[in-house]
Design a binder for this molecule. Structure first.
Ligand SMILES: Cc1ncc(C[n+]2csc(CCOP(=O)(O)OP(=O)(O)O)c2C)c(N)n1
Ligand SMILES: [Mg+2]
Length: 371
């Protein structure tokens, strides 16, 4: 292995500790009382466990050939979406890339319908036509699920413009990966977001889920400027960082950021430092491009484990109560799997529904256009 690569790995192995240090910068340890009370925190613990067990079941479904196409799970990153989507209000819009199961579930999509979608069944959230990467649930404000890296960013910024232009009071939470930020679509869209935001016409809350890698490529190997928040400086968009493994820190940051965007109509960005405790996709390698030590170090900061410790320390729950939550969540994910497995395939007639093919107006030759 080249020396530079070894050095890169060594420096990355301290990244979990660095993320914890950065938490101190966001006010959480400045002696402020927790924003969310114990019973609400316990409920968020339940949601995070439900997401994790759903994802475990999805990975099993993929590896046993029940789920086709491709599948990317969110395990390790739960505190980010859980904390930010706690700020969701009716009328808001949420958009993300292909690692999208958690976002749909946290916004209220039925686990059975989401699992059936992964299984490509007719009972799926989008009738089995989208699959894992293209979940969509308009009733819950979820505008998808997109497979093209960076492709959803201009869409999200446009949605925010529309919400503000129509004076709806809603905001867009736009989730993107550390890898997506180097895509041209990001830079064009961020420029417009900053510009429109000057007139209060772009309430976009950018949430960078910095899980340190885009597939097997680390942030350090993708950009000379690894402080991803500062990319927004070019576009006049303010930003901050948060420890994305610490739910309470995320809740606090998300609240301040969402309020600010809602009140000002201006975009704001948060870089959440997190880690994917699983391979990039369910068919990929866990290690290869990461060391065992690095993975072990981040596992110790598993957001669910950290939250368990907090709940126990505060007497918000005892071991038995946490165990009961985990068992109920497991039963729920088992039910979702059974439902998906037993559901019928989409009807053949569905092949031609939901396909946009409106009438096109084609001017006849010699109509005067261009003459
Ligand atoms: C335009 C485009 N280029 C490349 C790919 C292949 N690809 C799929 S996921 C991915 C990595 C993206 O990483 P990141 O944005 O950090 O998201 P993460 O998977 O870490 O959540 C790449 C390069 C793609 N889907 N779209
Ligand atoms: Mg990434």
């Amino acid at each position: 292995m080249a020396t530079t690569e070894r050095q890169g790995r060594k420096s990355r192995s301290t990244s979990a500790r660095k993320a914890a240090d950065r938490a101190k910068a966001n006010g959480k340890e400045a002696g402020q009382p927790p924003r969310v009370k114990n019973d609400a925190l316990l409920d968020l613990y339940r949601k995070m466990v439900e997401v994790r067990l759903f994802e475990d079941a999805a990975q099993r479904g993929f590896r046993t050939g029940k789920i086709g196409g491709y599948l990317h799970v969110y395990s390790g990153q739960e505190a980010v979406a859980t904390g930010f989507l706690h700020e969701y209000r009716e009328g808001d819009r949420i958009i993300t890339a292909y690692r999208d199961h958690a976002h749909a579930l946290l916004l209220g999509s039925e686990p059975k319908a989401v699992m059936a979608e992964l299984y490509g069944k007719g009972t799926g959230l989008v009738k089995g036509k989208g699959g894992s990467m293209h979940l969509f649930d308009v009733a819950n404000g979820f505008m998808g699920g997109y497979g093209i890296v960076g492709g959803h960013i201009p869409l999200g910024v446009g949605m925010a413009y529309s919400l503000a232009y129509r004076k709806t009071g809603g905001i867009v939470q736009l989730f993107l990966g550390d890898g997506a930020i180097h895509n041209g679509a990001f830079h064009e869209a961020a420029n417009l977001a900053g510009l429109w935001g000057r007139d209060g016409l772009n309430p976009t809350l950018f949430v960078i889920e910095n899980n340190q890698y885009g597939m097997g490529t680390s942030v350090e190997r993708s950009t000379a400027m690894t402080d991803l928040g500062s990319k927004f400086d070019s576009y006049g968009i303010e930003h901050e960082k948060v420890d994305g493994m610490d739910l309470e820190a995320v809740l606090d940051c998300a609240h301040r950021a969402a309020e600010r965007v809602r009140e000002s109509g201006k975009p704001f960005a948060v870089e959440a430092l997190t880690y994917r405790l699983v391979p990039h996709g369910a068919a990929d390698f866990l290690e290869k491009y990461r060391t065992k030590e690095e993975i072990r170090e981040w596992r110790q900061r598993d957001p669910i484990g950290l939250l368990e410790r907090t709940l126990l320390e505060r007497d918000a729950a005892d071991e038995d109560a946490l165990k009961a939550i985990r068992e109920t969540a497991k039963a729920r994910s088992d039910e979702a799997v059974q439902f998906a497995d037993e559901s019928p395939d989409p009807d053949l007639t569905e092949l031609t529904t939901d396909v946009y093919a409106g009438e096109m107006h084609v001017p006849a030759a010699g109509s005067g256009i261009g003459e």
